[in-house]
Design a protein around this ligand. Structure first.
Ligand code: NAD
Length: 298
């Protein structure tokens, strides 16, 4: 029987701070397939996430299909806006949610992974994070600072993760990020430079696949997911409308589930996908293929 087998592999999923987003669903799918999973969690949300775990508030979500409990091998603080501590402004260093976390930058994450698991202790990396301070502003009204912040956190961070973590990877290493169709087509209201960040993330997936493939032998792919009411998507303000619209106008007229993204991620990160790199794979019930809204009753 052909099955996704990730036993003996170690994954880092960056961008998990509750059980409602794609990162959590991917972490769970990777664990279902036998991988051990570490998380990178944004310091402002890390405390709440740790409390959810400690107080047993998400036990149901942590249950795996075979009855085991999903245990995270490590949960590292990570602010993907920073490559090294030298770049972190004083007000963040002094912030109570950051103060006690040690080095929460991409360099810090890399050092901790090396310390905990050695020079070659990693196999899979998932970038499941995005942020745009001005996401509710149309692109045309977005400030330079807001635009650059969106692209820095949501797209550049993926480049930095590949550069820092690929050297720690064993043979068969693979990266995956999460994108959205707003990088290719207009989604009114998906503002603040997030559409630009997704366009960059997708273009970078191709270039990184080439460069990191040649340099380290790793694969780099992205999933373009349909709309899902995660915490981040809810912050954009009209996620339910997006779900209803795309469900009504997709070849498969239903909403996607986070588990759809989780299982595709497990496949793309597995040896079964060893010849797939530089790809953006749609997990959207086929919505991307449509060129016109479906007339009512059709
Ligand atoms: P989510 O809220 O579960 O995930 C976003 C995560 O990013 C959060 O855990 C948040 O703490 C983290 N984050 C924000 N700023 C950060 C920073 N500076 N450093 C580190 N982490 C930071 O929401 P989600 O919708 O599951 O998002 C995951 C990915 O999926 C994102 O890239 C998002 O754009 C993408 N995506 C989402 C949808 C959707 O409809 N939900 C559709 C397509 C793609």
């Amino acid at each position: 029987m052909l099955s996704i087998d990730l036993s003996g592999k170690r994954a880092l999923v960056a961008g998990v701070s509750d059980d409602a987003g794609f990162g959590f669903a991917i972490a769970k799918a990777l664990a279902e397939a036998g991988a051990s999973v570490c998380l990178g969690s944004w310091p402002p949300a890390l405390g709440i996430f740790t409390k959810l775990l400690e107080r047993g508030k998400i036990e149901e979500s942590l249950r795996l299909a075979d009855g085991r409990r999903l245990e995270f091998e490590r949960i590292y603080p990570l602010d993907a806006a920073f490559d090294t501590m030298a770049e972190v402004p004083a007000e963040i260093l002094e912030n109570k949610r950051y103060r006690e976390q040690g080095d929460f930058t991409i360099q810090g994450l890399t050092d901790r992974l090396r310390q905990d698991f050695g020079e070659r202790g990693l196999d899979l990396v998932v970038h499941s994070l995005a942020n745009a301070p001005e996401v509710r502003s149309p692109l045309v009204d977005t400030s330079r600072q807001g635009y650059l912040a969106a692209v820095s956190v949501s797209a550049y961070s993926n480049i930095a993760l590949v550069r820092s973590l690929a050297p720690l990877m064993r043979e068969g290493g693979a990266f995956l990020s999460l994108t959205y169709m707003a990088g290719e087509r207009v989604i009114p209201g998906y503002g603040g430079g997030m559409s630009s960040a997704k366009a960059a993330l997708e273009a970078d997936t191709r270039t990184l696949a080439f460069e990191a493939g040649r340099r380290w032998g790793v694969r780099v792919n992205a999933i373009s997911a349909g709309p899902w009411a995660s915490r981040a998507a809810t912050a954009i303000g009209f996620i339910q409308m997006m779900i209803t619209y795309t469900s009504a106008n997709s070849p498969l007229p239903r909403a996607i589930e986070a588990t759809d993204v989780g299982s595709t991620a497990a496949f793309l990160l597995s040896p079964l996908a060893r010849a797939i790199t530089g790809s953006v794979v749609y997990v959207d019930n086929g919505y991307h293929a449509m060129g016109m809204a479906v007339p009512e009753g059709a």
